[in-house]
Design a protein around this ligand. Structure first.
Ligand code: AMP
Length: 393
């Protein structure tokens, strides 16, 4: 079903409530450590400002238990003000008389940022009265918080029933277009790269991709559960013992579907998952007793790289190793570089892989880097995201 987008609406003079995702990491002084999410919301905010809307922004930040000042959206508001080059009015709450008064006084083209929605537990409970109160602040509800689109909270889903007009912001529109298109009609060959710690987190994603991809390349700790399922010695590597059977079934499914299922053919190992551990590269698939696999090896990286370079579409989610520590980051960085070089449509699911691409300065070289970790995975699993579903119709 079609989703109505922001550019289809007349916004002048209207109170436009935009649910953004300003859940940004903070530094030790309480400042914004990374403003990627604020930047990602700018096209929608700027469109509303230029259209002379009275702009009301709302977001959550962190997981406060009630009102906790360290989770204030003030630093995010200051950064937004600098990026927009205009004043951003900060409310000290997101509901109540004071907020209603600020909204009433809001002029066309002005921006008001409400305080952290999660200062009220009703937000996450998707409380009806709370959703109604938020809806009462506006004429138009715009959801542009892709990072929380997989949650049915008052501001991400509940409000939709009580507003006259609703639309997806440009960020959600872009995420749906790229994550949706990558799966619905991929240019072939379609190569999926999956990494990260656990098979159990990615079962649905793997199953869904086995129905669509031409090749699936596995890295990260979850590779060892698959190798164990094949009877390959993996030393002290992380293995999910209770998922070995499942890994075997997925390998069988891949064979039946004639999907190339690539596992590491060599590894970078250490005696323990520490920066100071000695780096040892195995000549083959087996990992000696006493060592643990902490990154894909150079032969594996080369094999995956060739797949990426020859692909029509690449989707990547999850690091290839313990990339937060330099000795084990080469595989993850190598994949990011290969994707940057590839002529394919390249889509990076959010979370750790997006962070690695960002750190390598390669975001502009990708077709799309998703801003939502959990949300992009659920999307790729084929699930309907509540924050997007309510925009339909
Ligand atoms: P996930 O949240 O499942 O995507 O897992 C990401 C985490 O898995 C990151 O913190 C990685 O450092 C970690 N990881 C990836 N590969 C390994 C590995 N071989 N050994 C230990 N941790 C790993």
């Amino acid at each position: 079903m079609a989703i109505r987008t922001l550019d289809a609406l007349e916004l002048a003079g209207k109170r436009v409530f935009i649910r953004v995702d300003f859940n940004v990491p903070l530094d030790e002084h309480g400042g914004v450590a990374d403003d990627q999410r604020i930047r990602a919301a700018l096209p929608t905010i700027q469109h509303a400002v230029r259209a002379r809307a009275r702009v009301i922004l709302a977001s959550h930040l962190g997981r406060p238990k009630g009102r906790e000042e360290k989770y204030t959206l003030e630093p995010a508001g200051e950064r937004l003000s600098a990026l927009l080059q205009q004043d951003v009015i900060l409310a000290d709450d997101c509901v109540g008389d004071g907020v209603r008064k600020l909204v009433k006084e809001l002029q066309e083209g002005q921006v008001l940022l409400l305080e952290n929605l999660r200062f009220h537990p009703e937000e996450e409970k998707n409380d009806e009265a709370f959703a109604k109160e938020l809806a009462g602040l506006c004429d138009v509800w715009v959801n542009d918080a892709f990072g929380t689109a997989h949650r049915a909270h008052a501001s991400t889903a509940g409000m939709a029933r009580f507003v006259r007009e609703k639309a997806a912001g440009f960020l959600i529109q872009k995420e749906v277009e790229y994550l949706g298109r990558a799966l619905a009609s991929p240019k072939r060959p379609f190569v999926a790269l999956l990494g990260g710690a656990k098979v159990s987190d990615k079962i649905k994603v793997i199953e869904n991709l086995l129905a669509k991809a031409d090749a699936v390349c596995i890295g990260g700790a979850m590779a060892y559960t698959f190798l164990e399922a094949q009877g390959v010695p993996v030393g002290r590597s992380r293995v999910e013992k209770d998922k070995v059977e499942l890994a075997r079934a997925l390998l069988e499914k891949a064979r039946a579907r004639q999907v190339d299922f690539l596992l590491p053919v060599d590894h970078v190992c250490g005696a323990e998952p520490k920066e100071t551990a000695k780096r040892e590269v195995t000549p083959g698939r087996e990992i000696p007793e006493g060592l643990m696999g902490l990154d894909i090896g150079p032969k594996t990286l080369d094999a995956y790289r060739q797949r990426v370079l020859a692909a029509g579409t690449v989707f990547w989610n999850g690091p290839m190793g313990l990339f937060e520590q330099k000795p084990w980051a080469e595989g993850t960085l190598g994949i990011a570089r290969a994707m940057a070089e590839s002529p394919a449509t390249t889509v990076v699911g959010g979370g750790d892989s997006a962070a690695a691409v960002e750190e390598a300065g390669l975001v502009p070289k990708m077709t799309h880097v998703s801003t939502g970790g959990g949300a992009s995975l659920e999307f790729i699993e084929g699930r309907v995201l509540p924050g997007i579903q309510v925009l339909e119709g």
